[in-house]
Design a protein around this ligand. Structure first.
Ligand SMILES: [Zn+2]
Length: 54
């Protein structure tokens, strides 16, 4: 799972970029999200993940 690739919209690059140092997190509202850094400029980016069905 550590090598999962994520893309997120980077506000600095103003486009979607690959995410590095991605770490899964859970938001206060219970939504799963991934926090990481833009692979290009290093800005912190976040991506909300769709809920997983179990
Ligand atoms: Zn960027």
């Amino acid at each position: 799972m550590a090598d999962e690739k994520y893309e997120s919209y980077c506000l600095k690059c103003k486009t979607k970029q690959a995410m590095v140092d991605a770490q899964k997190t859970v938001l206060k509202n219970g939504a799963n999200a991934v926090k990481g850094k833009c692979a290009v400029c290093g800005t912190t980016v976040m991506k909300i993940l769709p809920k997983e069905k179990k």
